[in-house]
Design a protein around this ligand. Structure first.
Ligand SMILES: [Zn+2]
Length: 94
């Protein structure tokens, strides 16, 4: 064993270096990756009408699941089926 520092053996030094590398990797892995931005998330409202049209539109204040609305396509009675967050760009589903 080569003594790198006085009173500190190589094993301890290697241990500390390994620990430091692991902590660095851990910190970097926790930083959210900004590469390949997925676009702004937007809230969408899914509407389904009595004729079976499924229309997705921007969420507007007051929307809730089960709310009775008019179908944007045919104007007939429709209901809010779902409200969800969607990103503009979808990187392809697995
Ligand atoms: Zn319709």
């Amino acid at each position: 064993m080569v003594q790198l520092f006085d009173g500190v053996d190589t094993y301890t030094v290697i241990l500390f270096i390994t620990l430091a590398v692991m902590i660095t990797l851990l910190v970097f892995s926790m930083i959210p990756r900004r590469t390949g931005q997925q676009g702004k998330p937007s809230i969408k409202t899914l509407i389904k009408c009595v004729d079976g049209h499924e229309v997705e539109r921007e969420f507007s204040r007051g929307d809730y699941v089960g709310k009775k609305v008019k179908c944007p396509q045919c104007g007939k009675e429709a209901v809010v089926m779902a409200i969800y967050i969607k990103r503009d760009q979808q990187p392809g589903k697995p």
